[in-house]
Design a protein. Structure first.
Length: 398
């Protein structure tokens, strides 16, 4: 299973009063002409917005023009743009969302919510150090802010900096969010290969946690990912199916699709993705499934995604946002193992979730590059990641 969080993200915040959804995507060496506008007022491109987004953003842009230092208006516009960026996989919209907060760029003490939104945007754009810097500044002002702590724990986890992630998880406990602190620490234990102990903790959290669909979806998805890393593919599928019940988020659906693809159950994945919308993560998995099945949609989906990735490459801010997905596209749709390996290596330089190591290992194996496989394995060992899909044992320390 090679799944992708919209970054970012993870469901996480019934008790925190928000959902923190994290994810991930990143770069390819597509050649494109550089754009050099003559002035800041030159229009390089008008990005499409659709339906409710268009109406909402027009109104918010008018309000922002009238009240440029109103944080409520700026944050509403920024969040609307980020929501559309997550759906479309378009990093340019995330860049616009950062621009909506530009009134505070030179402010040494911006409003806390502006800092948190900037951190979320940096995270979405895979500028993880910048995201962490914003979060640490927010925590200096509000040391027990649950959302800042949870997001910092996730950012450091994505970077493979587990000890720093643990520290933020412990901070959640000190902030009065004991259940979230336990879930946060259990995920880190699972990444270190402590599958049995982490599994017991997550199962206990299912029993002890709030009667809330978002909580159950988050914990079951985390548990399903643990089972995949432990080499228990069928258990991963069943657990991720359970995560679909109730208020399942799109990430849980794509995680299940990936588990089915990995198990060569592409017909089931095809049915799961039917009618799931046109978000980039869904389109990629549909393309992978259609390619594997020799379906009629394989060609059109391949061309659509290739065009999207080429368009995204016209903007430098997209370089770090699509590498994982583009590496998968090169490997599983285009069948270009050397290019997939180059993209997977670039991706691993920025984000180090378990799936990123698995992707590089598989691309290296397809390319017949034993040295690259060893490179990925050595880096995983250095940060303390244990994953059966990388050739380790399925169950380790308890």
């Amino acid at each position: 299973m090679i799944s992708s969080r919209p970054p970012t993200a993870r469901l996480a915040a019934h008790a925190l009063g928000a959902l923190v959804v994290l994810a991930t995507l990143a770069a390819t060496p597509v050649r494109a002409a550089s754009l050099h506008p003559a002035s800041d007022s030159d229009v390089v491109e008008t990005l499409p917005t659709l339906g409710a987004y268009a109406r909402e953003q027009r109104a918010l842009r008018r309000a922002a023009a009238q009240r440029p230092r109103d944080p409520e208006v700026a944050l509403a516009l920024s969040r609307s743009l980020l929501e559309r960026a997550r759906h479309d996989g378009d990093a340019r919209l995330a860049g616009q969302a950062l621009g909506a907060l530009g009134a505070w760029d030179a402010d040494p003490d911006p409003p806390l919510e502006v800092r948190l939104q900037r951190a979320t945007l940096h995270q979405h754009l895979h500028a993880f150090d910048a995201a962490a810097a914003e979060l640490e500044a927010a925590l200096r002002a509000a040391p027990r802010h649950p959302q800042a702590l949870l997001t910092l724990a996730t950012v450091r986890r994505v970077q493979g900096r587990y000890a720093e992630s643990d520290a933020a998880c412990h901070g959640l406990g000190a902030a009065g969010q004991a259940l979230y602190a336990r879930a946060c620490l259990a995920e880190n234990r699972a990444l270190r290969g402590e599958h049995a102990a982490a599994r017991r903790e997550l199962q206990a959290l299912l029993a002890e946690g709030p009667d809330d669909a978002a909580w159950f979806g988050w914990i079951r998805t985390t548990l399903g990912e643990l089972e995949a890393r432990a080499g228990r593919g069928e258990a991963a599928i069943e657990t991720l199916r359970e995560a679909q019940r109730g208020d399942a988020d799109p990430y849980a659906r794509t995680a299940l699709a990936d588990a089915l693809i990995e198990a060569h159950r592409c017909r089931e994945a095809q049915r799961l993705l039917a009618g799931a919308g046109d978000a980039e993560a869904v389109l990629l998995r549909r393309a992978i499934v259609e390619q594997a099945l020799g379906g009629a949609e394989a060609g059109p989906l391949r061309r659509l995604l290739a065009a999207r990735y080429a368009q995204a490459a016209l903007r430098p801010e997209a370089a770090a946002v699509h590498a994982r997905e583009r590496a998968r596209f090169a490997l599983e749709v285009e069948g270009d193992a050397p290019r997939a390996l180059a993209l997977a290596r670039a991706n691993l330089a920025a984000q180090r979730e378990a799936v990123d190591f698995v992707l590089m290992d598989r691309a290296a194996r397809a390319a017949g590059d034993a040295a690259a496989r060893a490179e990925a394995a050595a880096l995983a060992a250095r940060i303390g990641l244990r994953d059966a899909r990388l050739g380790g044992s399925s169950e380790t320390r308890s």
